[in-house]
Design a protein around this ligand. Structure first.
Ligand code: UT7
Length: 327
């Protein structure tokens, strides 16, 4: 009998430290008004400099496992989506696996930038469909404050830190109904964080400093994002033989309120049925979707039987969407 990957537990973690737009006015040439009007962000959470980002992933995971009702030892696999890992090796997944005592789990990281959580859910669901694994922990864990150039107003006002996690289990009932993941690697230079290779171009973009910080062509990513999210959701709906009216909630990647507004208006989807956390937490990259999902669930918005679309885009450039029927 066909198995579905079904979410049975959610958790998230945000650092306590709140940084308002006014705080950023003291650091770069920006204003609260510009940030609100151009992005919709009011504040973001920033992790203490000395703390590893994986701490947030561990806390989010422990909550998700507790809510799922299974034991950490029953988890077969830990997949962590991150573009801001504590180490290149070991993976964040190994650090989190150790931190939560998931002693029987295999562990690996996946990097699809801000689309990473939906990519990771897709990969996890494949392991469930083949029958290889029963319980999989999918985590998105991002400490972007550590890779942001705090002197670059084009990027530093956008990002925040956080982690979200879910336990996916093999079930006879849906579950994850379908997904669409994709990439356009020809556009890779639009968002970069160099690691071991600094081309002349990357050095130039970063004012000749070998800093491992984000560089982004915001306008290019903006144009890509609106089309990528709309096309991906439409493809998913076609494949599932559904129309947009069948969808109860859309949870988009939280990058910019104008991107969200433009995309859902192109999809003919009401903004009232879109989950928004961007104002409070900024762009937490791949963690933004699971944080928004967990918050919406905790607040009672998401109910059994509802159909939810998660849709993201980001560095790579990548995009990803999935359709879930809530159990
Ligand atoms: O999750 C990762 C994916 N990334 C994204 O989703 C980002 C997508 N892009 C965006 O969200 C938007 O493009 C931004 C928010 C990054 C920028 O907004 P924009 O409306 O596209 O602004 P722009 O880049 O066209 O810049 C307009 C002006 C420029 O000044 P001039 O050249 O017109 O004088 C910028 O220098 O705004 C200026 N500017 C700022 N001004 C005040 C850029 N950043 C700031 C700032 N404060 N923080």
């Amino acid at each position: 009998m066909k198995k579905f990957g079904t979410i049975i537990g959610l958790g998230y973690c945000l650092p306590d430290n709140i940084v308002n737009n006014n705080d950023l006015e003291k650091m770069v040439d920006t204003s609260d008004q510009w940030i609100r009007e151009r992005t919709g962000i009011l504040r973001r959470r920033i992790l203490d400099r000395e703390k590893p980002s994986s701490d947030m992933g561990i806390e989010a995971s422990l909550k998700a496992i507790k809510n799922s009702g299974i034991e950490a030892s029953e988890i077969d696999l830990v997949i962590v989506s991150t573009e801001s890992p504590d180490y290149l090796t070991p993976s964040m997944a190994c650090i989190i696996q150790g931190g939560i005592d998931a002693v029987n789990a295999a562990a690996f990281d996946l990097n699809a930038a801000c689309s990473g959580f939906v990519y990771a859910l897709t990969v996890a669901d494949q392991f469930i469909q083949t029958g290889m694994y029963k319980n999989i922990l999918v985590v998105a864990c991002e400490g972007l404050s550590k890779v942001v150039d705090w002197k670059d107003r084009n990027t530093c006002v956008l990002f925040g830190d956080g982690a979200g996690a879910c336990v996916l289990t093999a079930s006879d009932e849906p579950g994850i109904l379908g997904y669409d993941i994709g990439a356009d690697g020809k556009k890779y230079k639009n968002i970069t964080i160099p690691c071991t290779h600094f081309s002349e171009e990357e050095l130039f973009k970063r004012k000749n400093k070998r800093d491992q910080v984000i560089y982004m062509e915001g306008r290019e990513v903006f144009k890509f994002a609106v089309n990528a999210m709309t096309d991906s959701v439409n493809k998913l709906l076609r494949e599932q033989d559904l129309s947009i009216e069948d969808i109860d909630w859309i949870i988009p990647h939280q990058a910019n309120m104008r991107i969200i507004n433009n995309s859902v208006s192109k999809m003919n989807f009401p903004i009232e049925k879109v989950i928004i956390t961007l104002d409070e937490y900024g762009n937490t990259s791949s963690a933004s979707i699971p944080i928004a999902l967990a918050e919406a669930y905790d607040s009672g918005k998401i109910k059994s039987g509802q159909k939810i679309i998660l849709v993201g885009f980001g560095g790579g450039l990548t995009w990803a969407s999935t359709l879930i029927q809530w159990i």
